[in-house]
Design a binder for this molecule. Structure first.
Ligand code: NAP
Length: 199
């Protein structure tokens, strides 16, 4: 498995930070359709509840400019929004408690410091390129699986050549699966938290 070309952008973390990813992924490994829209076929209330509770505990939420968790408590959360529209970091005029961040111009640590958040759990919520950026650094990844398929959609991780499942990619990047939980058995929704293997 080839590692992404940009792990250096995410510098060394100190001991008080933990990086956790969250995604709900279709049976074919996709998180959105070809137009970049997440279809209702992979939306699930139990997954949303799990995600929102996790984000409530997080110090910072990180996502690309086309993603957002929504919900009534979103505005309270500190967040970094990745974009190439600015050089390094800048306030996000569209929402409170948010900083725009271009990793080409500022390290992750610099962006966190500018946001005023250096400790705690950092929740990474996508999309594809952002998940890829943090793949070498995840301490945990909460992988929800939905039975629907999204032909021609966008994968959870950018590594598609050679073809690999999200589980194979997480394994190749040093994570091990925990127990698989049926969080909505009627809808066929499962959740597995992957944790980084010890050295
Ligand atoms: N199923 C799931 O769990 C899940 C998770 C996340 C997202 N989604 C869905 O996926 C869709 C969006 O996917 P997406 O991959 O297009 O969205 P995205 O990552 O939210 O946004 C992409 C944008 O983020 C910025 N960006 C990404 N990587 C960057 C980098 N390395 N450096 C600087 N800027 C960077 C760029 O913004 P600029 O264009 O401003 O430069 C890019 O156009 C939405 O429908 C969303 O709901 C689903």
């Amino acid at each position: 498995m080839t590692k992404p070309a940009y792990p250096a952008i995410v510098g060394a973390m100190n001991g008080t930070q933990r990086i956790e990813g969250y995604a709900i992924v279709a049976a074919d490994g996709m998180i959105a359709d070809a137009a970049g829209v997440m279809p209702d076929s992979i939306r699930n209330d139990a997954d949303q509840k799990f995600l929102q509770a996790g984000l409530d505990r997080a110090a910072v939420v990180v996502h690309g400019r086309h993603s957002h968790e929504g919900g009534p408590r979103a505005a309270r959360r500190k967040r970094l929004v990745l974009t190439r529209r600015i050089a390094a970091t800048a306030p996000d005029p569209s929402q409170p408690n948010a900083l725009l961040w271009n990793p080409a111009g500022a390290t992750f640590e610099q962006a966190l410091a500018a946001l005023g958040a250096t400790d705690g759990t950092i929740a990474i919520i996508g999309g594809t390129e952002v998940f890829g950026l943090f793949l070498p650094r995840f301490d945990a990844f909460h992988l929800t699986r939905a039975p629907a398929r999204i032909p021609g959609g966008r994968p959870v991780f950018p590594q598609t050549s050679p073809p690999a499942t999200p589980e194979e990619i997480l394994t190749a990047h040093g994570l091990n699966p925990g127990l698989r939980r049926d969080i909505d058995a009627a809808a066929g929704i499962t959740l597995t938290t992957w944790e980084r293997r010890g050295e």
